[in-house]
Ligand binder design. Structure first.
Ligand code: GLP
Length: 241
């Protein structure tokens, strides 16, 4: 695992964007895994600047990590809507090439299987951008998730619902209870992983994912299994390394 410590969130975003841009430029049909949450926002901002300077994303396909169950794409906090706002429009991706798990499907298990198949049919993910939850979750793989898991329905941890309440008017009860998420096994199949974490609230998770024993108690420790994993952090998030 490569760990890069930079002074602040903007520098971390610039660095992660540079890695992703080089992958996009190097592949004839790039497949990028995208994450939601606040951590990747600086990365998307920098990528948008690179697109404005000529980076060609016209052949880029994107797969999101996860989605809330029960929120349709019309809900502003559904990850369909968030990815559309923060990634697709900002970078000028072809909306037809941007995929998010279908959290309003009638048959959620079938939607999960279809999502795995779509990733495989696209040739697999070339580079996966990740954030990390304060409890060590990646995607919505909460502590206890199997390290070999595929895309499936999960229950959000109470702490994650509290953390994400800021997007739902501050009320944890307004945050959906269930989600669809790529599994840890799905994430590990990406050819390269780039995790961005900034701020003091992530310092414990960063220390555990980098230095703690591998295990489902902290899903992000699975990055230790990946031969091409880069962790980009600011000084606050690096404080416990
Ligand atoms: C969310 C997302 C994750 C994200 C994490 C951290 O719940 N499902 O993909 O990495 O929590 O979010 P943030 O970057 O806002 O701290």
């Amino acid at each position: 695992m490569e760990i890069i410590v930079l002074p602040d969130a903007d520098a971390a975003g610039r660095h992660a964007a540079g890695i992703i841009a080089r992958t996009i430029a190097a592949r004839p049909r790039p497949v990028v895994g995208v994450a939601t949450g606040s951590s990747p926002l600086a990365t998307y901002r920098e990528l948008a600047a690179l697109v404005a300077r000529g980076l060609d994303v016209s052949r880029t396909t994107a797969f999101a990590l996860d989605e809330y169950v029960g929120l349709g794409p019309e809900h502003p906090q559904s990850y369909h809507a968030v990815v559309d706002r923060e990634v697709t429009r900002r970078l000028g991706l072809d909306p037809g090439r941007v995929h998010v798990p279908d959290g309003s499907a009638r048959d959620l298990e079938a939607a999960c299987a279809a999502y795995e198949q779509a990733i495989t049919a696209a040739g697999g993910v070339d580079i996966q951008l990740l954030g990390v939850g304060a409890n060590g979750h990646i995607g919505f793989n909460e502590p206890g998730s199997s390290l070999g898991s595929a895309t499936r329905v999960k229950t959000l941890a109470p702490g994650t619902r509290r953390d994400n309440a800021r997007f739902f008017g501050g009320d944890p009860e307004a945050v959906p209870v269930h989600c669809l998420t790529q599994g840890i096994g799905t994430i590990l199949r990406a050819r390269r992983l780039v995790l961005v974490a900034t701020g003091a609230a992530k310092a414990q998770a960063v220390a555990t994912l980098a230095e703690g024993p591998l295990g489902a108690y902290c899903p992000a420790t699975a990055l230790q299994l990946h031969p091409e994993a880069t962790v980009v952090v600011d000084e606050e998030a690096a404080a416990q390394l």
